[in-house]
Design a protein around this ligand. Structure first.
Ligand code: SF4
Length: 191
């Protein structure tokens, strides 16, 4: 609380957006760096269980740092559509996130069992296949690791694209209103 007249601590630690950019750049070194998405998804919950607070959202989230930056040029923020605030889109995104993780886990197991070929390319929003990334390092791991790395990288890229688009259309942290990680964190901070 800032009741003593002191300025509130700044929210997000500055320049964390570089971590998001680095994550996507590392995908060109080796797609196996896509596995770092698992850390991105775990750290918010580790911080929550250690502190009981949404430290990730308030201070450390590289994605919202990026959307804050991409949306900062927009001077007149637009009100978010009702679907953002009435819970509809939040639920949809949670479903999408859950289905995505399920597909990723299921297809990776299938690849590991030899029942399915890996998909060594970026695919946006589960349905839009793009290309394999040029690789600086040779990928020598098992096929399932290649598949899983591309799937996680694709999921991160899809949601980052949405976050940036929302920041340009409405406001810098519009994505936070529907972010599945934020929704899950909320469920544990507001019983
Ligand atoms: S709601 Fe999502 S995007 Fe926003 S700060 Fe939290 S984890 Fe980051």
């Amino acid at each position: 609380m800032a009741s003593d007249g002191k300025r509130r601590k700044p929210g997000l630690v500055p320049n964390l957006y570089a971590i998001t950019l680095l994550y996507f750049a590392l995908g060109f070194v080796s797609i196996h760096f896509g596995m770092l998405a698992l850390a991105c998804m775990s750290i918010p919950f580790i911080l929550l269980s250690a502190s009981g607070k949404k430290l990730w959202c308030h201070h450390y989230c590289p994605r919202s740092s990026l959307t804050t930056r991409t949306g900062s040029k927009r001077k007149n923020w637009r009100p978010l559509p009702k679907s953002f605030t009435d819970g509809f889109l939040r639920k949809m995104m949670l479903w999408y996130f859950g289905m995505n993780l399920l597909f990723i886990a299921g297809s990776t197991i299938q690849v590991a069992m030899g029942r399915m070929s890996p998909m060594p390319y970026v695919r946006l929003f589960i349905a839009v296949p793009l290309w394999p990334l040029p690789q600086l390092l040779e990928n020598t791991g098992p096929a399932w690791l290649l598949h899983l790395s591309y799937r996680l990288y694709s999921m991160m890229l899809s949601s980052t694209i949405l976050g940036i688009a929302f920041s340009r259309i409405w406001r810098p942290r519009a994505w936070c209103a529907v972010c599945p990680v934020g929704t899950l964190l909320n469920k544990h901070t507001h019983p």
